[in-house]
Design a protein around this ligand. Structure first.
Ligand code: UGA
Length: 425
């Protein structure tokens, strides 16, 4: 099949590369000239393990091309995936400006029957909206179908998730489109959920919100465990072994961040509110998540003293999770902002992200040198096996606050550190 991917962010690029792997011919369209230039040259402009190799491979086989020529790209392809961003609007809802713009172009340039697929996370009713916008912009009616086919890949393991999904969701009422989508995914060995576009759109929000709910649940429970000196990791393990609960997304920490959970939970809350059916459970999820960095700072104050002014804090990890350079809604940046409000002096380190407050490019040793405490905010593997003995000699005070419960508490305590995790007793 000839597939057009509109929007070459991490979802669009990964999706396109997966389809190349399945033997299809893929064109990536983006209006951002810089992104197109980079991708054409085989340079992934964001950090995502394994993708650059596939990019190089498929550019060489000529199965993959990038363009900013919207008209030709739409006319030349059979299957069009909309993978553009749906940022959060000020009221918490999803901003569909880019999706509507793409739909308008498709309407203007549609030259024969095509299937248009929404891959971006979009609110319930968007497939219908895209259909109307395309129809409104057609000069003469050419049939087409709009399918909802949400993406469930995670940043940092995008390739693995896209190649081996737990399920594929196809939302359409058209038999023709359903047949084409079945053919597209015929080599994937996972259940395929075929449903109405509205249900498909809801599945994506419901999945992300449920995962966020699990995280807030364990984080709030961690606070109670802290009071009772219980190790919350034992609780995650003890409940996670019940297959009805499962062990995933039960890691207590600094709270969830990223470009998806915060935005998607808010969007579903907003949808529910507009319908007069508030989702109070999700409102609590957001509240707990916002409180988590504040709770952690309170923990720091209990040992460092209530006045953090003039204290030097080394922050390890800036990205919202490991294996990505994405700092959107990163709990680390939220914590840094709050520490700055307390007039603490901040030094930052990240293995990939090169930014900080102020812009610093410090080695790990330079970051912790003279620090009153270090805080681990991102669970980068690099931080697991640091030479703690030698780092301790550089610090002013040997305090470790492990916001990801990733260090061996006993090991670092033996070295003379004061260790505090998230209910990691
Ligand atoms: C999430 C979903 O997991 C994907 O299925 C979905 O496709 C994607 O959003 C999306 O909508 O595009 P992602 O945001 O890349 O993926 O990252 P996750 O691995 O889900 O982590 C989200 C946040 O939760 C991170 O800040 C992570 O550190 C935190 N988290 C995760 C925890 O605090 N505890 C956990 O146990 C798991």
């Amino acid at each position: 099949m000839k597939i057009l991917i509109i929007g070459t962010g991490y979802v669009g690029t990964t999706t396109g590369l997966i389809f190349c792997e399945m033997g299809h011919k893929v064109t990536g369209l983006d209006l951002d000239e810089q992104k197109i230039q980079a991708l054409r040259a085989g340079n992934l402009y964001f950090y995502e393990p394994g993708l650059e190799e596939l990019l190089t491979k498929h550019l060489q086989t000529n199965q993959l091309a990038f363009t900013n020529d919207t008209e030709t790209a739409i006319k030349d392809n059979d299957l069009i995936f909309i993978c553009v961003g749906t940022p959060q609007a000020p009221d918490g809802s999803a901003d569909l400006t880019y999706v509507k713009k793409v739909a308008k172009s498709i309407g203007q340039h549609l030259n024969q029957y095509k299937v248009i697929v929404t891959k971006s996370t979009v609110p319930v009713g968007t497939a219908k909206l895209v259909t109307s916008v395309i129809q409104e912009n057609q000069t003469f009616p050419i049939p087409f179908d709009v399918v909802s086919n949400p993406e469930f890949l995670r940043e940092g393991s995008a390739l693995e998730d896209a190649l081996h999904p737990d399920r594929i969701v196809i939302g359409t009422t058209s038999e023709t489109a359903r047949t084409i989508m079945r053919e597209l995914y015929k080599d994937f060995h996972c259940p395929i959920v075929e449903t109405h576009p509205k249900a498909s759109e809801m599945i994506k929000y419901a999945a992300n919100s449920f995962l966020a709910l699990k995280i807030s649940y364990i984080n709030e429970l961690a606070r109670v465990c802290d009071k009772l000196s219980i190790n919350v990791n034992d609780i995650s393990n003890g409940i996670g072994l019940d297959h009805r609960i499962n062990p995933h997304f039960l890691k207590a920490g600094m709270g969830y961040g990223g470009s998806c959970f915060p935005k998607d939970v808010n969007s579903l809350i907003q949808t529910a509110k507009e319908l007069g059916n508030p989702l109070s459970i999700l409102e609590a999820v957001v509240k707990v998540n916002a409180e988590q960095p504040v709770y952690f700072i309170e923990k720091m104050k209990q040992s460092l003293g209530s006045d953090l002014k003039n204290k030097t804090i080394a922050v390890l990890g800036l990205s919202f999770k490991a294996n990505t350079d994405d700092t959107r809604e990163s709990p680390s940046l939220i914590l840094i902002d709050k520490l700055l409000e307390e007039q603490a002096t901040i030094k930052t380190h990240d293995p990939i992200v090169k930014m900080g407050v102020p812009h610093q490019f410090l080695t790990i040793e330079e970051t912790v040198a003279g620090a009153d405490a270090l805080v681990i905010c991102t669970d980068w593997d690099d931080y697991k096996n640091l030479n703690w003995q030698s780092l301790k000699t550089l610090m002013k005070q040997p305090y470790i606050f492990d916001g990801r419960n990733m260090l061996d508490k006993e090991k670092v305590e033996k070295l003379g550190f004061y260790y505090f995790g998230m209910a990691n007793h």
